[in-house]
Design a protein around this ligand. Structure first.
Ligand code: TRP
Length: 341
């Protein structure tokens, strides 16, 4: 048997997961978990969430519970992967401190992902929290502490992973070969990487109010689908319709189980004679085929939060052992292991 690849990935807890997260990352995580080829470590990056939410700790705290429920409801299985919470692994903070010395402020400010986020969050000039500017270094600690082989992330995270690899190379050059360079992998389904908002906005985002959440009830999902952005010029059913920036068709292409039928509907809609309501009703059914079982499992887990916390507590203890072993290697390489020689 070949050795399983160590997989590490996580999310910032800043709200419940929506179908964009589902298509963009959860589906491939489930596939990798169930393939048996990986040893997945999946975590809730609560300390990273605090780097730009330090003044709203309640939000982070509540979102940790939401995320635990979402993970389990989607089928991430504590028997097959290690599910943990970042703040429960204090070794990461120590590793972070050794890495901080290997990165210049100029390099941190050049990270395109951080730059974009700073602009979005109005962190102008020098007003950026030091923790936020340095989160890519903390993320390098997350990844390397677990000797990750593969790190599945969204496209926006590629520059962060690139910085991780720079840190790994610098560390190993100075202190000797100690930590592992990870490989970033993108979600398989090219289409699913970008799920637009229900309003036609290119991005589905909580602050944009255009999300369908995994925890939405069926009636909420129905309303959101029925008010979706389609083709504003498709007035009468007989009119030829545009499927190009039409959210209903974008979603059908991502979430539809029968792509042959979707292609036929698309052609019919473009020719004229297919109404929006028919398409929307079909999309609702297809979404419900995915969401109904997730919703049911979520409700079941939510009945007993102490059991949910227990799952993550056990996972965190397991994760901590791995990180502690890496930290020991790092301390030895840096030469600060005075007392355990
Ligand atoms: N930055 C990721 C996000 O925005 C979360 C994250 C933190 C992460 N540490 C990580 C992802 C390590 C992959 C690997 O959601």
């Amino acid at each position: 048997m070949t050795k399983k690849l160590r997989l590490l990935t996580g999310d910032r807890p800043t709200g419940a997961l929506h179908i964009g997260h589902y298509a963009g990352s959860i589906v491939s995580r489930l596939e990798m978990q169930n393939s048996g080829e990986y040893d997945p470590f999946i975590f809730i990056a609560d300390m990273q969430a605090l780097t730009d939410n330090a003044f709203d700790p309640e939000k982070v705290k509540n979102s940790v519970d939401e995320l635990m429920l979402d993970y389990l409801a989607c089928g991430l299985d504590p028997e097959k992967c290690t599910l943990f919470v970042q703040s429960g692994v204090p070794e990461l903070a120590e590793i972070f401190m050794y890495y901080l010395n290997l990165v210049t402020v100029a390099r941190l400010k050049r990270n395109p992902t951080v730059k974009t986020e700073m602009a979005q969050k109005n962190m102008t000039g020098e007003s950026v929290p030091a923790g936020f500017l340095t989160y890519p270094v903390s993320q390098a600690a997350d990844v390397t502490a677990f000797d990750a082989d593969v790190v599945p992330v969204g496209e926006d995270q590629l520059p962060v992973l690139e910085q991780t690899n720079e840190i790994v190379r610098t560390f190993n050059r100075i202190y000797g070969d100690t930590i592992k360079e990870p490989k970033a992998v993108l979600s398989q389904n090219k289409n699913a990487r970008r799920v637009p908002g229900t309003d036609g906005n290119a991005k589905m985002g909580k602050s944009l109010g255009n999300c369908i959440y995994l925890k939405d009830d069926a009636e909420t999902v129905r309303k959101k689908v029925m008010s979706m952005y389609t083709d504003p010029n498709h007035i009468r059913v007989e009119d030829p319709g545009n499927t190009e920036n039409n959210v209903v068709f974008k979603y059908l292409e991502i979430f539809g189980r029968d792509q042959k039928k979707v292609a036929e509907m698309k052609a019919h809609y473009e020719k004229g004679g297919l109404g929006d309501v028919v398409c929307k009703k079909y999309l609702f059914e297809e979404l419900e085929a995915i969401l109904a079982p997730i919703r049911a499992r979520r409700a079941e887990f939510a009945k007993d939060m102490s059991k949910v916390h227990k799952i993550f507590e056990e996972g965190t203890a397991r994760a901590r052992k791995v990180a502690a072993a890496t930290l020991e290697r790092i301390r030895h390489a840096v030469g600060v292991d005075y007392f355990n020689k």
